[in-house]
Design a binder for this molecule. Structure first.
Ligand SMILES: Cc1ncc(COP(=O)(O)O)c(C=O)c1O
Length: 457
């Protein structure tokens, strides 16, 4: 084992036990539900399964997990154990992954906009792989981190669905000028990077972006660069209801790589899958802490009748500055499930808000729910992405506690991933709690481990 994760970091559960089962157990127990604080249950086995699926579908691509997507200790430790690298957006995220022992050569300081103090911090911690997409950022790195190895970010996201906030990257037109400027400042450019955005990805966007990246590689070669790294970004779906399935996207990527960066061409490929890895692994429980009734206007009805129609606003124990920050990242809040048996025939139009006092803390509107009371719990599945940030970025707000679970089979798969022998059959009986994670990975387990322990730069 690499030593990032051990059996004390999670609860070992039986096959067939779901995170929902574990969560229900916690809700009847004394902790952490007693104080009505929101809390997560995380199925680490789900992340293992995603990792094996990634290796199988994209055998040439090494994942670098974007820490901003989920910086919880269990996730970082598991992904480090599986051999993934990490894409960090700032000093705090670099510190978080280095604090669990991740070596500098597995860290990509991927944000194209960096504070000088953070660049210097990366330099002092040995982190060399970075990204840039304009001359100002290039100049900052040239002055503050002469050892940096840079990826030039290109704006490959030309699809109409591209979110404006994701429009980073230099145009192909400005690539030559930027590569020349890097040459003049003696900055080493080792490759090209792109990120297509995360919403409604069209698989064909990857084919176009890989083709454009190859043009940028050619420009680099003309200027004497020996570039050897291509970063294809993130944006892969985290749930099965996405417009394009992960395997469909992967097939387009593999075909584009075969065309533009065929095996043996000397270019390593990395990606930054965030939501893909963690969305479905996390389930959140949040309690109702306050409730407001809002009478609904009934056009054409008299006063007496209009009083009988109402909508409800529920304030939850967490909001968009905490566990529901996914709402700020273009991920609508999943439809809540009820902890208690619902009364299905009387549903009311309801809104979910964060703790009282912040009117902008709107989690969801137009949710059909039976009438609920203070203290009732709502359960939100698929909550692993953009719901847990490195603490200091949230100004020190208390974060929901996470209970991690993993089945023994998934734990064995983690060890298999590293080429370790499995324990003998007799050793399998265990003190598992009676829970399970719905594990079906026989096929996935056939994937040979692809990670060399060394980093890529
Ligand atoms: C630059 C960049 N790379 C990678 C990611 C990861 O995206 P996703 O979680 O959709 O895979 C993001 C997400 O915002 C991003 O902004």
């Amino acid at each position: 084992m690499n030593g990032y994760l051990n059996e004390s970091n999670f609860t070992m559960v039986e096959e067939g036990f779901t995170p929902r089962d574990l969560l229900e157990n916690l809700l009847v127990g004394p902790c952490p539900s007693s104080e009505q604080q929101a809390f997560f249950v995380a199925d680490l086995g789900d992340i293992v399964r995603k990792h094996l699926r990634f290796l199988k579908a994209l055998p040439r691509v090494k994942p670098y997990f974007p820490v901003k997507c989920n910086s919880s200790g269990g996730v970082l430790r598991l992904l480090a154990e599986l051999g993934a690298g990490f894409a960090c957006a700032n000093k705090t995220e670099i510190a978080a992954v280095q604090s669990i022992g991740v070596p500098a050569d597995k860290i990509f300081y991927s944000s194209p906009c960096k504070q000088i103090a953070h660049i210097k911090y990366a330099a002092s911690r040995g982190v060399r792989l970075m990204a840039f997409d304009n001359e100002v950022e290039l100049g900052k790195v040239a002055r503050s981190h002469p050892q940096a190895r840079m990826l030039l970010g290109i704006a490959a996201d030309s699809s109409p669905s591209a979110h404006p906030s994701m429009m980073f990257g230099a145009t192909l037109k400005s690539c030559r000028r930027l590569l020349e400027a890097a040459k003049e400042q003696a900055v080493e450019v080792v490759g090209i990077s792109f990120h297509l955005g995360s919403c409604s990805l069209e698989p064909q966007g990857f084919a176009q972006a890989v083709a454009e990246a190859q043009l940028a590689f050619d420009m680099g070669a003309e200027l004497g660069y020996r570039m050897h790294l291509l970063d294809i970004g993130g944006g892969f779906p985290g749930t099965e209801d996405a417009r394009a399935q992960f395997e469909e996207i992967a097939a387009v990527i593999n075909s584009a790589l075969d065309t533009y960066f065929p095996e043996g061409c000397g270019v390593e490929i990395i990606a930054r899958p965030g939501r893909y890895y963690v969305t479905s692994a996390f389930t959140l429980a949040a309690s109702i802490t306050a409730k407001e009734e809002i009478p609904m206007e009934q056009p054409g009805s008299d006063g007496e009748e209009s009083g009988s129609k109402k909508s409800l606003v529920y304030h939850l124990s967490d909001g968009i500055y905490g566990a529901f920050s996914c709402v700020l990242f273009d991920s609508p809040c999943p439809k809540p499930l009820l902890h208690k048996k619902p009364c299905p025939d009387h549903l009311l139009c309801s809104s979910l808000r964060g703790p009282p006092g912040l009117p902008e803390d709107r989690i969801a509107d137009g949710v059909e729910l039976p009438e609920l009371q203070d203290g009732d719990w709502l359960i939100f599945q698929d909550m692993g992405a953009y719901s847990i940030a490195v603490p200091s970025l949230l100004g020190g707000c208390p974060q929901p506690q996470v209970t991690y679970a993993m089945s023994r089979l998934a734990w064995e798969a983690v060890q298999l991933c590293q080429g370790k022998p499995l324990p003998a059959e007799d050793d399998h009986e265990s003190a598992c709690t009676p829970l399970s994670c719905g594990w079906e990975m026989v096929e996935s387990l056939c994937v040979p481990p692809v990670f060399a322990p060394a980093g890529i730069i």
